[in-house]
Design a binder for this molecule. Structure first.
Ligand SMILES: [Zn+2]
Length: 196
């Protein structure tokens, strides 16, 4: 069978929101297109001089670094990288402190759709209430699943020290169950928050 996008390559890879499989080249193009769109819609790289990329050693950090440089064409924006243990448990205070201390305008949080959807749902159900999003925080990969990010890193040869972990294990299991009946549940959750 042929790729449903170009009809030339072999169908190899499943990607969210498409009814069939695509070839490797089309997969890479679609991932890039989705990230570009998110950057454009949110104006992530507009009026920015310095950006901090959090490096938690995962495929997310590796792919975020790749896109940060790829999409800004090594322009005037300066990127600095900071190694951290995990991007999952960070509080808003810790994030704000890092932005202040590193003297950057924005920060790239290495999260994919799994972490983002768990973060949003946790905010909804936790007693503390929903933590509002901060425009200084860039989540480049929030529209991509972990599987897609891992595959992208593998094809592009982007090395990482470990695989990303769930933001919240309980919610991860819960969403995992729901995904069996509605595979797009995480993406739907993320999109619904974008419209608020
Ligand atoms: Zn193709």
């Amino acid at each position: 069978m042929a790729c449903i996008k170009c009809r030339k390559g072999d169908e190899e890879i499943e990607i969210a929101h498409l009814p069939g499989k695509v070839c490797r080249d089309c997969f890479l193009k679609i991932v890039e297109k989705r990230v570009r769109k998110d950057v454009r819609v949110n104006g992530y790289f507009q009026d920015v001089k310095k950006i901090l990329i959090l490096d938690d050693g995962t495929e997310n950090s590796a792919v975020c670094s790749y896109f940060a440089k790829e999409l800004t064409g090594y322009s005037k924006i300066g990127f600095i990288s900071k190694r951290i243990k995990s991007a999952n448990g960070l509080s808003w205070e810790e994030i704000s402190k890092m932005i202040r201390e590193e003297k950057v305008d924005r920060m790239i949080l290495p999260w994919n759709a799994e972490q983002e959807s768990e973060f949003l749902l946790k905010g909804m159900v936790s007693k503390k209430g929903f933590v509002r999003d901060d425009t200084r925080i860039i989540k480049l990969l929030k529209h991509l699943s972990q599987k897609e990010v891992l595959l992208f890193a593998k094809i592009k040869g982007l090395r990482h020290r470990k695989d990303s972990e769930p933001y919240d294990r309980k919610i991860n299991r819960f969403l995992g169950e729901l995904e069996k009946g509605s595979p797009d549940i995480r993406f739907a959750l993320i999109s619904s928050f974008e419209k608020i």
